[in-house]
Design a protein around this ligand. Structure first.
Ligand SMILES: Cc1ncc(COP(=O)(O)O)c(C=O)c1O
Length: 405
């Protein structure tokens, strides 16, 4: 008897596709677009900060200067003009790069996928932040590595813990980390740990994937240079998603030329190249040395007001039931619930109740690699207004009481 098309497709899917976790949490958040819901879930940048007029202007200038060529097929490596702009930012960061060390990608998410594709054979050891950015875990897991979580504490990746594992025989090809305002913990890696990580990469021969979408969003403290300023083993993954607009899907990766070449070959198979038009737009905006630094500097104060509103709301409504380390920048606050949880339950069980009460968040378990995070919540303060963030704290407190009392 012939099967339904769904049954047929299920049978035909590759093992990789069949085993891809559909993520119950993502589904729940996606369907949680109910009216009045205040989202502390996704790290969706505030649309008020998108330079819409400038994007329109740059689109017109691109066509005025390049004619239809602005929308023609382009090089897989990316438009030279944008790679030169990216090289300029790399220099600003204390680690100059040549255009042939730079690959433009369709968002930094694509870079993570391509890195998995060119570096990981099934069973290869890859070390990652634990907890880690969910999208990086998804991208890497497709290539079936042995992922080893290295604990992240209030000061980012615990490099002593990494060293212990290396001494015990761990031999990773690479380590994936967010050094600035990490997703999900908001933690920033101090200089000493950066130097330690670089020293370990040299001693044990692995590459460091430094994914840094949030570095420009600093509220307090000193900007710390990229680890690439002290080592050629660092692969810098950068994006305009949080500093211009994510819908442009423009990002770049800077690394050793041989790696960039391998990534470019993989990218060619994936999508030929990133949109030429949005590359031209990004090159004009980021390359505008008058406007761009001012625009970039205007973002953090906006998010800081929102962070403060959320922190104040949590302090007055949840007191010491929910503790967190204030992030110095970025988009996320990593909170831990200090109440006895029902045996075997986690904040993933709180999520549907919170949604019923009109607030969403991402449970800690979504980001966990080796260490479960049953009592953690990632709260993003970037998508809601200060008043909404205050209200979200009230709703969260009520939902927690409804769950636990
Ligand atoms: C740590 C991290 N890396 C990469 C990305 C992907 O960003 P994009 O593909 O928009 O550049 C995100 C998105 O939120 C992120 O938080």
């Amino acid at each position: 008897m012939s099967s339904s098309v769904d049954q047929l497709v299920e049978r035909l899917l590759s093992s990789g596709a069949r085993n891809s976790d559909s993520s119950a949490i993502r589904d729940l958040l996606r369907h949680a677009a109910k009216e009045g819901l205040i989202s502390l879930g996704g790290g969706i940048p505030a649309p008020e900060l998108f330079p819409v007029e400038r994007i329109i202007e740059a689109t017109a200038t691109s066509f005025a200067e390049l004619g239809a060529g602005a929308a023609q097929y382009g090089l897989t490596e990316g438009e030279l003009e944008l790679r030169e702009v990216a090289a300029g930012l790399a220099e600003e960061d204390g680690a100059p790069a040549l255009p042939d060390q730079i690959l433009i990608t369709t968002g930094s998410q694509q870079a993570l996928d391509l890195l998995g594709r060119v570096l990981v054979d099934r069973g290869d050891v890859v070390a990652v932040d634990d907890p880690a950015y969910l999208g990086a875990l998804q991208a890497l897991r497709k290539y079936e590595p042995e992922l080893v979580g290295i604990p992240v504490d209030e000061a980012g990746l615990d490099t002593d813990a990494l060293e212990q594992k290396l001494r015990a025989g761990l031999s990773p090809k690479t380590i994936y980390t967010n050094p600035n305002f990490q997703n999900p913990t908001g933690a920033t890696l101090p200089s000493e740990r950066r130097a330690h990580l670089v020293a370990l990469a040299h001693k044990h021969d692995f590459l460091i994937i430094e994914d840094d979408p949030y570095g420009a969003l600093r509220f307090s403290g000193e900007h710390l240079p990229s680890m690439a300023s002290t080592s050629d083993r660092v692969i810098r993954v950068r994006t305009v998603s949080k500093i211009l607009a994510p819908g442009l899907r423009v990002a770049w990766t800077i690394g050793p030329p041989r790696l960039i070449e391998a990534l470019a070959i993989a990218k060619q198979a994936a999508d030929l190249h990133t949109s030429t038009l949005t590359q031209h737009i990004a090159a004009r905006l980021v390359g505008d040395t008058e406007w761009f630094p001012k625009h970039r500097a205007s973002l953090a104060p906006w998010y800081q007001v929102q962070r403060d509103a959320l922190m104040a709301g949590l302090a007055s409504n949840l007191g010491d039931k929910l503790t967190f380390t204030p992030p110095d920048g970025g988009m996320f606050l990593w909170a831990e619930l200090h109440r006895d949880l029902p045996p075997g339950s986690t904040t993933a069980d709180l999520l549907p109740i919170a949604i019923e009460h009109g607030v969403s968040f991402v449970p800690g378990s979504a980001f966990a690699v080796d260490t479960p995070r049953p009592a953690h919540l990632r709260l993003s303060y970037v998508s809601a207004s200060p008043d909404q963030l205050t209200e979200a704290s009230v709703r969260l407190a009520t939902a927690i009481d409804a769950w636990l009392d």
